[in-house]
Design a protein around this ligand. Sequence first.
Ligand code: PEP
Ligand code: MG
Length: 584
Amino acid sequence: MTFSIHGLPVARGIAIGRAVLMGGRVDVAHYFIDPAQVDAEIARVREGRNAVIEEIHRLQHTISAMGKEAPHELSALLDVHLMLLQDEDLITGVKHWIRERLYNAEWALTTQLEQLSRQFDEMEDEYLRERKADLEQVAERILRYMKGVASPVAPTPRRKTQQDLLLDDSVDVPLVLVAHDLSPADMLQFKQSVFAGFVTDVGGRNSHTAIVARSMDIPAVVGARSASQLVRQDDWVIIDGDDGVLIVDPSPIILAEYGFKQRQAELERGRLARLRHTPAVTIDGLKVELLANIEMPEDAPAALEAGAVGVGLFRSEFLFMNRKGRLPDEDEQYEAYRRAVEGMQGLPVTIRTIDVGADKPLDDGHREEAHLNPALGLRAIRWSLADPAMFLTQLRAVLRAAAHGKVNLLIPMLAHASEIRQTLSLLDFARAELDNRGVAYGSMQVGAMIEIPAAALTLRTFLRYFDFLSIGTNDLIQYTLAIDRADESVAHLYDPLHPAVLQLVAQTIAECNAQGKGVSVCGEMAGDIGFTRLLLGLGLRSFSMHPAQILAVKQEVLRADTRRLEGWAQEVLAAEDPGKLLGQ
Ligand code: PEP
Ligand code: MG
């Protein structure tokens, strides 16, 4: 039966495919393995199951040695666990997911657990229904055992080859990932994989997970509440990333309608692609800089393909994720930054220093204590200044990469003059270290993100110390309005057009323009065509966004006349409800 679930649209487009459920256990790694590793992964699960069976046998032994003292319930429970473990459905199912879908062992086990749990839910008999909890405990024990045994397979993102596609009958149809939650690190794992779309139960429109989904340029919906409970493995689903809707088990009429929409979107893409080499100049002749936001050096070709004139934001923290506590050393970072610089073929690359914390945790093993208010805690530059050795390593790596092309350095989340001074003296120190070692490095412009209201209100200090500023509207909105950007329950209050936000953005642009300092917007507002005219009217001439958004924004720029937009933008700024003037 067809039904739909509403969430928040985060990445445009329509995806039609079969659902792949990623269980609620976000602590379990999910990645695709190589066909050659199938047997090893199956062996890992089998070994885990056998170890747990042995453990239960040992417990049964102990219990029978207790004689009459032994608690009868415990012994009955162990019998049930043994029965579940020996049930071939568990292993057969796990083998299916590993063999047919190339899931890693843990993912296959949790997927099969999900399948079996649903069968238990549907049982009439209450006693049998309650055995679901036992099944979960059994799977949990196997997972715990497997956690202690390292996987021989590295969890690296892997793009499927043509050969895989031929071997794997499951990819005849596109696959759509449905999960309770996905961290930015999870998303990164899937960045080069087969999924045609994503849906999550939780998350806000500007959470980092949503941002990565957008950068992958595939339809995505977050905040779809109970999607992962209601959708079943292999259900046919449609993700409507324009309207934020997930349609489950669509009827033939609905499928035809969305198939048509998909083709229309393709045609529109084709039309926009023609603008790739057209310079971004307004009707009144003003040149506008359209830059790309990237997460990995491998994103550089997509930026060039979209006609970006440089990288305005390289979120370097993604190099630090999924590394099980071992952070990249100076050489590894240098190679990555250099690849990005060379990948951009002489165009400038703005590398932002690590911005972890809040909704962008690294992974287990490295300063991952829970904080009460992570968004207000040890994040971004605060994290870097708390670990000068780690920060200096990054600064040296960026300086060295600057010898290979035009590099700008960008510092996130600054608010205090003392943090600015500390940062800049560490940068001097990093240069001195390279001098001492006789290692070559390049010169670079240094800029600051304006993403905390305190920074926007003390621009004079920032302009004294920095060569350029970049407005991070995602956080600026979050901190101005006290709205957690990752929390879907307050997503309706996350308003880029709130007069307070607009004031801070407008002041920053005007002040930089007055002093002849470069200023750009690199938050999601820059890539949303609903705001292009307003930002142009406020005097912005540099926008940084995901490559997939560049051509649509360019089209807006080509249609804009800033002489007309300036007065109108001032009216928007003065309005009580600016959204109305933008037709929102
Ligand atoms: C921002 O806050 O607008 C920004 C670009 O940084 P991030 O989204 O990575 O926090
Ligand atoms: Mg930010």
